[in-house]
Ligand binder design. Structure first.
Ligand SMILES: Nc1ccn([C@@H]2O[C@H](COP(=O)(O)OP(=O)(O)OP(=O)(O)O)[C@@H](O)[C@H]2O)c(=O)n1
Ligand SMILES: [Mg+2]
Length: 399
């Protein structure tokens, strides 16, 4: 049996939580992603605990707790400034529509709990002494770097079809291969993904897209036909097959969506609809629309100073990132230098405002707005200096 001696801080901090459960006569283990990640020497971002105690019993043992998913047996315990998800040993019986169950069945032992988990590498547990419990050769699969379903892959994917997306997401994040039978089962069952909420699919898709092996994972996402069952991808395999051949994997979510939109050769007016179909936020949609606009503009001509000003720094940096991933030859340094050299970067940096124009004798209205716009353009393109005096001279000449 493997025993880990030098556990990261995040585990040692959580030890008293396990100890308290054990002292009360219950079993308790670290489980899931945290055990996988510590064995891979990857950063452990949060700790999940599984226990024989019922949620009510867990709550009695700790002063502060939140009923995060009490229906599913999960209580979040707050202990010494940290929070821990503590879930009672359970199976996932009573599935409806291939989604997570409405109710769960609590079970008496760890084995039953581990059996219903998705992949062997996620079905590892660790006890308070750092001993690894590995019922399905998860450690060997970690060494071989394979994603393999626990037991029968078909059963696992019927329990929760999102697991098929999780498979490709872990491939990308961990740089793992997909075991053959598990891949076969995805090919045979990809349509089940239609039952899953878009929000959950999006979360996995974005994690896949931002993983270090996203191009390899994307190829499997296409090969298994999973791509046919997500919003607006059906029938677009030819266009999407460019993704695995990209120069780099995206590291920003804005770049991921922009690249997909560019590969799909989507007309600009459809971007909003596409982003909404994927249940993206308005903020994300707006950012992506700005990137695509600038990308199109840069592909056509060298942007003017005013176009750079209108795009703004964030959009410019994000668009350069997209062009870089797509392997487009753009002189990114020159563009950034030009942007940095702009006399003003925000409208609020203009030496005058509407009130100033009124003081100069202009009446409020459309004409004033137009004049202000013209002044802004002239200042941005260095045709007038950004000072009240220079702008007054310009206004005098207009009279
Ligand atoms: N559809 C799912 C979701 C989760 N799990 C189990 O619940 C654990 C925790 O789930 P989650 O936090 O979603 O995934 P992690 O594996 O912890 O990955 P991450 O590092 O992204 O949190 C998983 O390891 C796995 O054992 C599962 O079997 N089936
Ligand atoms: Mg987790």
């Amino acid at each position: 049996m493997i025993k880990i001696d030098n556990l990261p801080n995040i585990f040692t901090k959580a030890m008293p939580v396990l100890q308290r459960l054990e002292d009360a006569g219950f079993e308790a283990y670290f489980v899931g992603g945290s055990v996988r990640d510590v064995l891979l020497d990857r950063h452990v971002h949060d700790i999940d605990i599984t226990t024989s105690a019922y949620p009510e019993e867990v709550k009695e043992l700790f002063e502060k707790s939140i009923d995060t998913g009490i229906k599913h047996g999960t209580v979040t315990v707050l202990y010494e400034g940290e929070s821990y998800e503590i879930t009672t040993f359970r199976t996932e019986s009573g599935y409806q529509d291939f989604r997570r169950p409405d109710h769960v069945t609590f079970v008496q032992n760890l084995d039953e709990d581990l059996k219903r988990r998705d992949f062997t590498i996620n079905a590892l547990a660790m006890d308070i002494r750092g001993q690894i419990i590995d019922l399905f050769n998860g450690v060997e699969d970690l060494k071989k770097r394979v994603i393999r379903a626990v037991g029968n892959p078909e059963t696992r994917f019927h329990e929760d079809a999102l697991r098929m997306m999780r498979a490709v997401r872990f491939m990308s994040q961990l740089e793992f291969k997909l075991e053959e039978k598990t891949e076969r089962a995805i090919k045979d069952n990809h349509e089940l993904l239609k039952k899953i909420s878009i929000e959950r699919i999006r979360e996995e898709f974005v994690k896949m897209g931002l993983g270090s092996h996203s191009r390899q994972a994307f190829q499997v996402f296409l090969d298994t036909q999973l791509s046919e069952d997500v919003p607006n991808f059906a029938g677009k395999k030819d266009l999407l097959s460019v993704y695995p051949k990209l120069q780099f994997s995206p590291t920003m979510e804005t770049s991921l969506w922009s690249i997909i939109i560019i590969l799909l050769k989507m007309p600009n007016e459809s971007i909003g609809k596409f982003m909404r179909a994927w249940k993206n936020s308005n903020a994300m949609t707006e950012k992506v629309e700005r990137i695509i606009n600038l990308f199109d503009l840069i592909s056509e001509h060298a942007p003017t100073d005013y176009e750079l000003f209108q795009a703004g720094e964030e959009t410019l940096i994000n668009t350069i990132d997209v062009a870089h991933i797509l392997g487009q030859p753009i002189s990114s340094e020159a563009l950034v230098d030009r942007y940095m050299a702009l006399p003003i970067k925000k409208s609020s940096e203009l030496a005058i405002d509407g009130r100033f124009l009124i003081e100069q004798g202009m009446r409020p209205g459309a004409k004033l707005g137009e004049t202000l716009n013209n002044i802004r353009k002239l200042v941005v393109s260095s045709e007038i200096e950004n000072t009240q005096e220079a702008i007054e001279v310009y206004l005098d000449e207009l009279k």
